[in-house]
Design a protein around this ligand. Structure first.
Ligand code: NAD
Ligand code: TYD
Length: 354
């Protein structure tokens, strides 16, 4: 059995759904169910005995230790985190608490359990830490993409807290021998993505006839990967990654934000044209830039490709089309995540009604 943390969030939920679609190994899903955790993303597993959702904090050592022992966990995949850069700028405290202190407590619970295992399960045990390319900092236009040997130079409270957690995971391997693996992935997009992040926000705002807020000049570059390709990379690293190593995950898909927004608009023009026949791009508006906004991220994923034979299945064109279609097909999921807490965030960040 495996323990997934943060499995009610965007990537975690996709991971759990894919995992159980591919094999029968049960999943204990530990999630605090913050604003970002959504049980509706896991609705198809409601009657599935292979999935158990436990509401709780990765920092709760008694709870985590009990779950590990009771279910004889063979691997932990740690997705749990505060994940939104803009929120980390408004309030970094939760990021320090969950991403750093929480990861520390999780590592300690896991270490205690792992040290008590007998030889065979001890050797087979894995702790996989899911991290981000944002820990590497920002690239200039012509810099080569981030490799695993880049220094960590995080610039936002979010990325700094993730970098700190990456360091802790590394240290627990070097000092205590804990069998860890770390993945550093680029920006994900796909189903069940909370509409505070760029792509889902643009889709839901466009459909609601609202403005599409692009920060600054919109020429910041991100490297985009379809979420299911990230999940397949995590499965592969869990299965065959070398202990103590980090693996970059990315789709060789660098795009400027404005290009992303225009692509979303064009797809919506095709799939759900505006009632007045005008293009959705008329809704694009430039807003104040994010403080400390990283200009460019780009991931060199050749280590993962070379050592473990991983390749993404989706191109950006196929993945973004699937994503837009998913949001069109799932208006109830969207309506339900736009709760009071969501509206408050939109009000605070964009100074407009939800
Ligand atoms: P998310 O914000 O959608 O989900 C995070 C989940 O963690 C939520 O379900 C939340 O309830 C849960 N959680 C938060 N604090 C917790 C705690 N203390 N204990 C237990 N559960 C807690 O995030 P996401 O986009 O799915 O990202 C998942 C992981 O992947 C994060 O670690 C993030 O840093 C990393 N990552 C994200 C991206 C991306 O583009 N979204 C890219 C690379 C890496
Ligand atoms: P985001 O989805 O928050 O991911 P990250 O900051 O982790 O890369 O943002 C992606 C890019 O889109 C980033 O450069 C900020 C920009 N952005 C906007 O221009 N407008 C928005 O409303 C949001 C949420 C993001």
């Amino acid at each position: 059995m495996i323990l997934v943390t943060g499995g009610a969030g965007f990537i975690g939920a996709n991971f759990v759904l894919d995992w159980l679609a591919l094999n029968d190994e049960p999943v204990i899903n530990l999630d605090k169910l913050t604003y970002a955790g959504n049980t509706e993303s896991l609705q198809s597993l409601e009657q599935d005995a292979r999935h158990t959702l436990v509401q709780g904090d990765i920092g709760d050592r008694a709870l985590v230790s009990a779950l590990l022992a009771r279910h004889q966990i063979r691997a932990v995949v740690n997705f749990a985190a505060e994940s939104h850069v803009d929120r980390s700028i408004h309030g970094p405290g939760e990021f320090i608490q969950t991403n750093i202190v929480g990861t520390f407590n999780l590592l300690e619970s896991v270490r205690g359990y792992w040290q008590g295992l007998s030889q065979a399960p001890k050797e087979a045990f894995r702790f996989l830490h899911v991290s981000t390319d944002e820990v590497y900092g920002s690239l200039a236009k012509d810099d080569p993409a981030f490799t695993e040997s880049n220094h960590l130079e995080p610039n936002s409270p979010y990325s700094a807290s993730k970098a700190a957690s990456d360091h802790l995971v590394r240290a627990w391997h070097h000092t205590y021998g804990l069998p860890v693996l770390t993945t550093n992935c680029s920006n994900n997009y796909g189903p069940y993505h909370f509409p505070e992040k760029l792509i889902p926000l643009m889709i839901v705002n466009a459909l609601a006839g609202k403005l599409l807020p692009v920060y600054g000049d919109g020429l910041q570059i991100r490297d985009w990967l379809y979420v299911k390709d990230h999940c397949s990379a995590i499965r592969r690293v869990l299965e065959a990654g070398r202990l103590g190593e980090t693996y970059n995950v990315g789709g060789w898909n660098e795009k400027a934000n404005l290009e992303i927004v225009h692509t979303v608009c064009h797809l919506l023009d095709e799939l759900r044209p505006r009632a007045d026949g005008k293009p959705y791009q008329d809704q694009i508006t430039s807003v104040t830039d994010r403080p400390g906004h990283d200009r460019r991220y780009a991931i060199d994923a050749r280590k993962l490709e070379r050592e473990l034979g991983w390749k993404p299945l989706e191109t950006f064109e196929s993945g973004i089309r699937k994503t837009v279609q998913w949001y069109l097909d799932n208006p109830d999921w969207v309506a339900h995540v736009q709760s009071g807490a969501y509206r408050q965030w939109v009000q605070k960040q964009y100074h407009s009604g939800g």
